[in-house]
Design a protein around this ligand. Sequence first.
Ligand SMILES: [Zn+2]
Length: 332
Amino acid sequence: MLDAAQKGGYAYPAINITSLTTISGALKAFAEAGSDGIIQVSTGGGSFASGTAVGDEAFGAIVLAEATHLLAEKYDILVALHTDHCHPAKVDSFLKPLLQASRERIAAGKGPLFQSHMFDGSVVELDENLTISKELLAECAELNIILEIEAGCVGGEEDGHDTSGLPAEKLYTSTEDMVEVYESLHSIGRFMFAATFGNVHGAYKPGSVKLKPTILRDGQNAVIEKYGADAEMDLVFHGGSGSDLDDIRETLGYGVVKMNIDTDTQYAFTRPIVTHMCENIEGVLKIDGEVGNKKVYDPRGYLKKGEQGLCDRLKEACDDLLSTGKSIFGTV
Ligand SMILES: [Zn+2]
């Protein structure tokens, strides 16, 4: 999938899912768009999916991944499973059990549980970040799993991790750091690289986020000049929600193959549910001794609308990233 995207000048939307309903919305969108795609789980998403009484991030991620493996068999597109930001403090409790689950699946003759994982060492110095990344990439490569790493820092707040107080220069990965990441990792295994170019998590009013996609171009060019065209890295665009189409398209020319989208699809899921509640307020509530209307308070009724809202927004992302109609399902 990464090779096809690199060669074809497009990228995959990587959508965060947290439930069967959001998985189905994502699969429906990719299938209707004729696009392959990436379905990803955050630590918070895993915790939620394990049940509020259990609250086990790794266990919930396994449940979501196994469900996706089964559900995806009904669609003629390829879906890669990925885990989102894992900070150093969560490697042992989140990444390691997931790698172990893949090891067990492989021993049983299946493929890995996830096709890729992210290690986010942006909270520590680059040296330490790369030391941990090298160890994890070696472990992933053995299992035929790709590792996404981050240098620089994505702004904003996600899953309770807030970087909004950081100095502005931390939001832009330097060319030197991009070269250093390549030199440290390329001989160990396939990796994706979330280099940061002013991108932030969350939704902001137009004009308040200044993206500098040329950061990616400069770093990529420095690597290619030194090591040749085959050295082109697989870059990841975090915080895709609310981004201008021009910025998105520009990054595709610099080797972005994956764009994360969460905030916009969260809103797209919730928006039609709000309409449903407002339009059916006397049915979803039992007012003044009345009994309400089971037809409108059955959660399936409004969750279906949420699923469709998410699906519609994700199809837009496929169009933005030029992955629509490019599925390689059946050719590999
Ligand atoms: Zn992110």
